[in-house]
Write a protein that binds this ligand. Structure first.
Ligand code: SAH
Length: 402
């Protein structure tokens, strides 16, 4: 999955020829981000903040965030105004995506005098005394995962193998005698899949260890009947743990003795908060892996590197990885989140400003899609994590719907 999505120059996100780089018709990311500043106030109004985004894609969401916060609170380059935006940190695997992000965000960064940095990993983002605000929208679903299947003899890893017939495939059936010429290579027909899923014939290191990553996995593993699957993204776990570390509270002395990252944990942290928005839920999934090409579901082995690959996000695993260093909120449905954020006020305001009836209808339709209980409103979840000076109720997770 990682190779198909991010292999240099040839992956779905790294190959500039792929349509993900074009203007994707109906792209909507403009929730009312200004409320995030409630968290900033609860953190004691730190005078310096920084932003971190994982997998920013075309930079649309960050561009929206910057526009909104610059209206509210930012100090200008000449030192006037409120809070100082010190850095924008983007974790992005694709150089082609980085170029698009840079052209969208560079002018703003220069205008407010903040650093614009790219990272390959979260651990290369330094801990900071600035208040850190993190967002990851449709990032975790692009991360690779292991899949296990339960057999009568325990869990086995599902693996990917060549689909070529091993009798005919010269790579798998080399003649042992050198004077026998190798059979001609097999050229698969245009519709033949190149890969197939196979089950490991025996248990291996992964199938023996990965279910111990979190109690909810061990529990699912125990109760699921033979034949069931489980998808487990170790990569998601590691990224979530690193985010928690980035903004987390300094460790207690007894905890730091067993913590591998003691140095980092002791560096200053101005605290922070973050939102992870993705489809998935508070549970592990059995078989949610799917592929999209031209907005249609296709076989997961269809045109590797040209096809978007995705799996549901297991927020229970993310919560486990975040641990007690941060306060955790949700996940709640996108519908609940946006409605508690006062989406209807915002939509009404936008609709009132629309230049004509058609535009007005488009705004209302788009908003309804975001909260549609049969679609994005329910499938998409919003999960929050925070490390604030106090632990006040966090908006909008801890407030009743109006
Ligand atoms: N946030 C955007 C883009 C989502 S697509 C949106 O919601 O539209 C996923 C993004 O994550 C892309 O920018 C892709 O290049 C990046 N990405 C995928 N795997 C990654 C990895 N392992 N490390 C860093 N970035 C990755």
């Amino acid at each position: 999955m990682q190779t198909c999505l991010t292999f240099p120059g040839l992956g779905y996100y790294t190959n500039p020829e792929n349509s993900v780089f074009g203007a994707r018709g109906d792209f909507i990311t403009s929730p009312e981000i200004s409320q995030v500043f409630g968290e900033w106030m609860a953190a004691g109004k730190p005078q310096a903040i920084r932003l971190v985004e994982l997998g920013p894609g075309r930079g649309t969401l960050m561009d929206d965030i910057l526009r909104v916060i610059s209206r509210i609170a930012l100090k200008t380059a000449d030192g006037q105004g409120g809070v100082q935006l010190k850095e924008i940190n983007l974790m992005e695997a694709s150089p082609a995506m980085r170029d698009i992000q840079e052209s969208k965000l560079r002018d703003f960064a220069s205008k407010v005098g903040c650093e614009l940095n790219w990272h390959d990993t979260i651990s290369s983002i330094k801990r900071s005394d600035a208040f850190t605000m993190v967002v990851a929208h449709e990032f975790f679903d692009a991360l690779p995962f292991y899949q296990l299947q339960k057999t009568e003899d325990g869990w086995r890893e599902v693996m990917v193998a060549s689909a070529l017939d091993p009798i005919k495939d010269p790579r798998l059936n080399r003649p042992t005698e050198t004077d026998v010429p190798p059979p001609p290579p097999v050229t698969p027909g245009p519709n033949d899949p190149l890969f197939q899923r196979v089950l490991s014939p025996s248990s291996n290191a992964m199938s023996r260890s990965v279910l111990n990553l979190s109690p909810h996995l061990a529990e699912a593993a125990a109760i699921l009947p033979a034949g069931s699957f489980l998808e487990i993204s170790v990569e998601s776990y590691l990224h979530a743990a690193a985010l928690s570390q980035l903004i987390g509270r300094p460790k207690l002395p007894e905890a730091s003795a067993v913590d591998a990252n003691v140095d980092k944990a002791e560096a200053p942290s101005g605290g922070g908060c973050g939102l992870i928005i993705d489809y998935g839920g508070d549970q592990a999934y059995e078989d949610s892996f799917r592929a999209f090409k031209d907005h249609k579901i296709v076989d997961v082995f269809h045109k590797p590197g040209k096809t978007d690959l995705t799996a549901n996000v297991d927020f229970a695993l993310i919560k486990q990885a975040m641990g007690a260093q941060v306060d955790q909120h949700g996940p709640v449905t996108q519908s609940e989140f946006l409605q508690k954020m006062g989406m209807s006020l915002r939509v009404n305001a936008l609709a009132r400003q629309a230049e004509n009836e058609e535009r007005r209808n488009a705004i209302v339709d788009a908003a309804e899609r975001l909260v549609d209980p049969a679609g994005m409103g329910k499938e998409y979840k919003v999960y929050g994590f925070s490390n604030l000076k106090e632990s006040p109720p966090v908006y909008p997770f801890d407030v009743a719907a109006s």
